[in-house]
Write a protein that binds this ligand. Structure first.
Ligand code: ZN
Length: 265
């Protein structure tokens, strides 16, 4: 662990343990710890490849097979990555304390590492890499995580070309996902490995912090959110998040024991 003291983690956990609806937002730093190449930043994929050609409707129209070739390669790379301790700890938190703490996980990552770690109902704000969808939005989509075979076929519903389920530049975000996020109405938030630059998601944590809700940020470097966050924990997702979740779990269980004793007494 890099820069964070254990006491900071304990204070942050104590603040979050009083929540009933915890929103966890994860960004590229979460998947980077599993070895997934990131898009932004100085070594990001967008510095090496032409985003307009590979991640836009116009680029796909001009060269659908070229776009698919790149996405098949990316699916292959992501499939060879494994979930780390941070993602697994999140799954544990979600399933271990369902009566006391409801945990919703939303991510700007398109990979499936959270699901493979056991996290349920992940909201993919920027789409899902392993979905293959109709390029004409007729409503057809399929999970294509085995052999990319659907990428070779026309849409079985309308005959149009199929495309990867990622959200491309200039496209609207999935409204259902945004509605689910809005409906959740969190009373606390953890932001992990996110640049906190991409809207509308980036606006949620500062708003919560302004209304007095605990917001904990985990990142290897400070971001535009850090100053507004209740606690900034410097370090990687795979090292800090498991420690934070361990402490949250202990704090919740401790408070339940205290409540039981009060009832018994
Ligand atoms: Zn179709």
């Amino acid at each position: 662990m890099a820069t964070t003291e254990y006491s900071d983690i304990a204070y942050a956990a104590q603040a979050l343990a009083g929540c009933q609806r915890l929103l966890v937002l994860t960004g590229a730093g979460m998947s980077a710890d599993s070895g997934v190449p990131t898009f932004r930043g100085k070594d990001g994929l967008w510095t090496q490849i032409d985003a307009e050609k590979l991640a836009s409707v116009d680029g796909f129209r001009a060269d659908p097979e070229g776009v698919w070739e790149w996405y098949r390669q990316r699916r292959f790379e992501v499939a060879s990555c494994r979930p780390h301790a941070g993602q697994r700890a999140l799954a544990m938190l979600q399933h271990y304390l369902p009566q006391s703490l409801s945990v919703l996980v939303a991510t700007t990552n398109e990979d499936d590492l959270l699901e493979r770690a056991g996290v349920s109902d992940v909201l993919h704000v920027h789409g899902r890499l392993f979905d293959t969808v109709c390029s004409q939005h007729c409503g057809w989509s399929v999970s294509d995580d085995q052999d990319n075979s659907w990428s070779l076929c026309p849409c079985p519903n309308c005959g149009a070309l199929v495309r990867p389920g990622s959200t491309w530049f200039g496209e609207h975000l999935n409204e259902q996902v945004l509605h689910s996020l809005e409906r959740f109405d969190p009373d606390g938030c953890v932001v992990v490995g996110s640049s906190s630059l991409v809207q509308p998601i980036a606006a949620i944590p500062p708003e919560l912090a302004l209304s007095g809700r605990p917001v904990v940020e985990i990142n290897i470097e400070r971001t535009p959110l850090s100053a507004a966050a209740t606690y900034y924990l410097g370090g990687s997702a795979s090292s800090v998040l498991p420690l934070l979740i361990d402490q949250i779990t202990s704090a919740v269980v401790r408070s339940q024991h205290v409540e039981e004793r009060v009832v018994e007494g």
